[in-house]
Design a protein around this ligand. Structure first.
Ligand SMILES: Nc1ncnc2c1ncn2[C@@H]1O[C@H](COP(=O)(O)OP(=O)(O)OP(=O)(O)O)[C@@H](O)[C@H]1O
Length: 524
C-alpha cells in the first residue's frame, strides 16, 4: 500500500512540480505493455495537456494517479516533491493534493446546485446540524470568485453544460481543514461541449491554474483548442512521451504528426457533387419538450447535418425520430413508409432501414460485458444462420474484417468491449451499425473522444458509404467537420430550424454565426 515518503528527495534541483512521473510503466496483459517508461512533469500554475491516439494509455496514466490501477514495479511518482510508492490508495491521492474530474462528471439532476456543491462536505456545529446560512454564503462566495452566475437553488439539468463543468471543477477543488491542492486532473472535460463552451471552460481553467498555483493535467483530443489554451503539450505514443513542448511553439501539423506518428495526407475526404434526389427520410412538424415544428428531409446518399449551440434542442432530434419512448409529435416517413412515432418499435424502424448511433455509447450503444464479436454481430444475427444454427466461424471471420476496416485497435474479436479504450469503443459502435447496411444512418457526435487519425478514417468511411447510397444524418456541435462533410446543414436555435445551409453558404463561419444569431434572434 502506498505511503508518502521523503518529501525532500525529489530530484528537481529547484522548482518542485505538482506531479513528477519517472519511468512509469503499466502492463495489463503480459507481453503487451501500455505505458513503457513515461517521464512527465506537471508544473504548478500551468495547464499541461496530455494528448495521444486512442488506446495510447492516457486514461491508464490517470487511473494510476487516482489509485484505480497499480503501476508496474520500478515506476516512480512524486506529488509536490513527496514520493508515493506502490499503488496509490485513493485517500492517499487526495491527501497528497490530487483532484480529478472525469469526462462524465455530472451534477445530480433534480438536486439544487447548492446541495450538489456541498454533498459529502456539509459543515455541522456541535449539535450535528448543518449551518445552511453559512454554507450558502460560502458556496455563493466561491461562485462569485469564479464568476459563475447561477442561482444556488437552480436544477443543474437546466444549466449550460459549460457551467456544469465549471461547477464540477470547483466541487473537486473543495478543501477540508488544512488540506492542500497540488494538481487537478481533467480527463476529457470538453468532449461533450460545443466549441465556444469548450473554449470558455479552458480559458477559465487556465486562469484558475495560474491564480491558485495548481498544476493542471488536461486530457483532450481537440488539438486546435489545446494549442491555443494549454501552456504545455505532452504527446503519448507507443507507451512513451514522444514530445513535450510549450504550446506556443507547436503548430497543428506538427502536433498531428507527433500523435499519429506519420503525416495525415488528407484529413477530410474529397467532396462529391451529389444531386438532390427523392427524399428517403422526411420529418414533418416534429416536436418534443425542447423541439418545435421541425421539418427536414434527407435524400438518397445525401449527408445532412443537424446542429446548433449546445442545449439549443438540436441534440434531441435524433431521439425524437428513432425512440418511441421520447414521445414525439409529428410525422416521419422512411422510404415512403409512415412511422407511428409513439408506437413503431426501434426494431421495426431498424427493419425499415432507420438506425441511430447515439452519443452516449457506454450506456446506450455498446454491451460492454460482451466480446467485440458479439457486439458486432448482434444486429445481424440472422445473416449468420447456417443450417439452423449460428456459425461461429462466419461470425469470427466477419468481425475481424469489420474491426480491421474500422481501424479498431487491437482488432481482436475475442476481447470484451470494456477492455478497449474509449475511442476504440466508439469505432466498434460505428462499425456495428454501419455494417447493418441501413438506408438512413443518424449519428450523434460520431467522433467524440476519437483521436485525430481515427477521425480522418471515420470521415472517409462515411463519405464512402454515402457514395454507395447511404443517407446519413450527422448530429454534431463540430461545425468545421459538418462544413466539410455535409451536403446540407440544418441549424437549430431555441428548438426550431433557423437556417438551412448548402453550397457556397456552407462554411464553418456561416454555421457558427447562424447558430449564435438564430438563438439571439429568437430571444429578441
Ligand atoms: N483493464 C484493462 N485490461 C486490459 N487492457 C486494458 C485495460 N484498460 C485499458 N486497457 C488497454 O490499455 C490500452 C490503453 O488504454 P487507455 O484507456 O489508457 O487509452 P487512452 O489513451 O485513454 O484512449 P482513448 O483516447 O481512446 O480514451 C488500450 O489498448 C486498452 O485496450
Amino acid at each position: 500500500m502506498a505511503q508518502v515518503t521523503n518529501p525532500q528527495e525529489a530530484p528537481d534541483g529547484g522548482l518542485t512540480p505538482a506531479i513528477r512521473l519517472r519511468d512509469l510503466r503499466k502492463t495489463y496483459v503480459e507481453g503487451v505493455p501500455v505505458l513503457e517508461g513515461v517521464d512527465l512533469d506537471v508544473p504548478h500554475g500551468q495547464v499541461t495537456a496530455l494528448v495521444g491516439a486512442n488506446g495510447s494509455g492516457k486514461s491508464t496514466l490517470v487511473k494510476i494517479l487516482s489509485g484505480y490501477h497499480a503501476p508496474d514495479r520500478g515506476s516512480r511518482i512524486w506529488i509536490d516533491g513527496a514520493e508515493i510508492e506502490g499503488q496509490i490508495a485513493p485517500a492517499a491521492a487526495r491527501d497528497a493534493g490530487l483532484r480529478f474530474v472525469h469526462q462524465d462528471a455530472r451534477l445530480v439532476s433534480g438536486v439544487s446546485v447548492l446541495d450538489n456543491m456541498l454533498v459529502g462536505a456539509y459543515h455541522t456545529g456541535i449539535s450535528g446540524r448543518v449551518h445552511w446560512r453559512s454554507e450558502r454564503r460560502s458556496v455563493q462566495a466561491l461562485l462569485d470568485r469564479w464568476r459563475i452566475e447561477v442561482a444556488l437553488d437552480a436544477d443543474p439539468s437546466n444549466l449550460p453544460l459549460a457551467t456544469v463543468s465549471k461547477l464540477a471543477v470547483l466541487r473537486a477543488l473543495r478543501t477540508e481543514g488544512d488540506e492542500k491542492i497540488s494538481a487537478l486532473i481533467l480527463d476529457e472535460p470538453t468532449a461533450a461541449l460545443g466549441n465556444d463552451d469548450s473554449h470558455n471552460l479552458l480559458t477559465w481553467v487556465r486562469e484558475l491554474a495560474a491564480r491558485e498555483r495548481v498544476g493542471v493535467l488536461f486530457i483532450g483530443h481537440r488539438l486546435p483548442e489545446i494549442l491555443s489554451l494549454a501552456d504545455r503539450v505532452a504527446v503519448l505514443r507507443a507507451g512513451r512521451i514522444v514530445a513535450e513542448e510549450a504550446a506556443g511553439e507547436l503548430d497543428e501539423a506538427r502536433l498531428v504528426h507527433h500523435v499519429v506518428g506519420t503525416e495525415i495526407a488528407q484529413f477530410y475526404p474529397d467532396r462529391e457533387e451529389r444531386r438532390s434526389v427523392e427524399p428517403v427520410l422526411t420529418v414533418t412538424g416534429l416536436g418534443g419538450a425542447k423541439v418545435h415544428d421541425v421539418d427536414l428531409h434527407v435524400g438518397k446518399g445525401e449527408v445532412v447535418g443537424i446542429t446548433g449551440l449546445a442545449g439549443s434542442g438540436f441534440e434531441d432530434i435524433p431521439y425524437l425520430v428513432v425512440d418511441p419512448s421520447a414521445r414525439a409529435r409529428g410525422e416521419v416517413t422512411i422510404d415512403g413508409h409512415k412511422i407511428n412515432l409513439r408506437r413503431t418499435t426501434i426494431a421495426r424502424r431498424g427493419e425499415l432501414g432507420l438506425v441511430l448511433v447515439p452519443a452516449d455509447r457506454k450506456n446506450k450503444a455498446l454491451a460492454v460485458d460482451l466480446t467485440l464479436r458479439e457486439n458486432l454481430v448482434l444486429p445481424r444475427l440472422r445473416s449468420f444462420l447456417r443450417r439452423g444454427g449460428l456459425s461461429r466461424a462466419a461470425e469470427h471471420t466477419d468481425s475481424i474484417q469489420v474491426l480491421k476496416r474500422f481501424g479498431v485497435r487491437p482488432p481482436d474479436s475475442r476481447l470484451a468491449a470494456s477492455s478497449l479504450s474509449g475511442g476504440n469503443q466508439q469505432k466498434v459502435v460505428l462499425a456495428k451499425w454501419m455494417s447493418t447496411r441501413p438506408q438512413v444512418l443518424i449519428i450523434h457526435e460520431p467522433t467524440q473522444g476519437v483521436d485525430v487519425g481515427a477521425k480522418s478514417e471515420i470521415f472517409a468511411l462515411l463519405a464512402e458509404s454515402a457514395s454507395q447510397g447511404l443517407s446519413t444524418v450527422l448530429v454534431s456541435v463540430e461545425y468545421e467537420d459538418l462544413a466539410h462533410l455535409c451536403d446540407r446543414v440544418y441549424v437549430v436555435g431555441e428548438g426550431r430550424i433557423v437556417a438551412e445551409l448548402s453550397g457556397a453558404q456552407l462554411t464553418t463561419e456561416a454555421i457558427t454565426a447562424t447558430a449564435l444569431m438564430g438563438t439571439e434572434r429568437r430571444k429578441a
